[in-house]
Write a protein of this length. Structure first.
Length: 235
């Protein structure tokens, strides 16, 4: 399973999606800061699964229809920061999709996540991450789950990884920094959280017109998840 996560920086990098699809052939692309009123239904070999509607700059998920079949998709509002309450930039910070993997005849969860900005405390972002993972469990209890996005968590990632493990998930950083715009806030902002997957590779891709660099996630089902019962696929 190949997934790309990209914060478009207020939709500026939207024109790069076709080239990313052409070069990396992802199965799914998770976007943050997308102008949801200006999203094409199809980009290259990708098809729009859904986007958030509660805020103009929101989340979106594209997928390869020859590999994945959408079953259910939901947007979730998470605990708001003071920044959110005053400026209202984002009502929905999680978009989760349950897919059928047509190649492996099994269900999985993929989610695009965007945490509160740096003006909020790390404790609030940890609360949002914990709540997001809980919501995804309701969407697909026990299914292999991959949540990628902009976590806005520049420091103390060891503590975050420990909290994520306590919830039954693993946090994975990419091979190099994903945000370098400001001198004091450089680091791994764009992360992957998973359960039921072995993370073979998380690669930071070349810079485009966004202040975030996209990441490419190569995730394989674990032995335990592969032993789950196969499902009947109805198209």
């Amino acid at each position: 399973m190949l997934a790309i996560s990209y914060n478009l920086r207020k939709h500026r990098a939207i024109s790069e999606l076709a080239a990313l699809d052409e070069r990396y052939s992802p199965d799914v692309v998770c976007l943050q800061e997308a102008d949801t009123a200006d999203l094409a239904e199809d980009v290259g070999r990708l098809q729009l699964a859904h986007s958030t509607t509660g805020n103009r700059l929101g989340l979106a998920i594209y997928y390869r229809p020859d590999r994945l079949l959408p079953r259910s998709i939901r947007a979730f509002a998470l605990k708001k920061s003071l920044h959110d309450r005053l400026l209202r930039p984002a009502h929905e910070r999680l978009l989760g999709a349950k897919f059928v993997d047509l190649e492996h005849q099994r269900e999985l969860i993929v989610a695009s996540f965007h945490a509160a900005p740096l003006t909020a405390l790390n404790s609030l972002r940890r609360h949002q991450i914990r709540s997001a993972l809980g919501e995804l469990q309701f969407l697909g209890p026990g299914l292999p789950t991959l949540m990628v996005g902009d976590y806005n968590y520049p420091v103390f990632k060891e503590n975050l990884a420990e909290k994520v493990r306590e919830s039954g998930y693993e946090l994975t950083l990419s091979d190099s920094r994903t945000y370098t715009r400001y001198k004091f806030f450089r680091g791994h902002f764009d992360l992957a959280t998973s359960a039921g997957f072995e993370m073979k590779r998380v690669e930071t891709l070349p810079r485009g017109s966004s202040d975030h660099l996209p990441i490419l996630v190569d995730a394989h089902y674990t032995d335990a998840s592969a032993e789950a019962a196969e499902i009947d696929v109805v198209i």
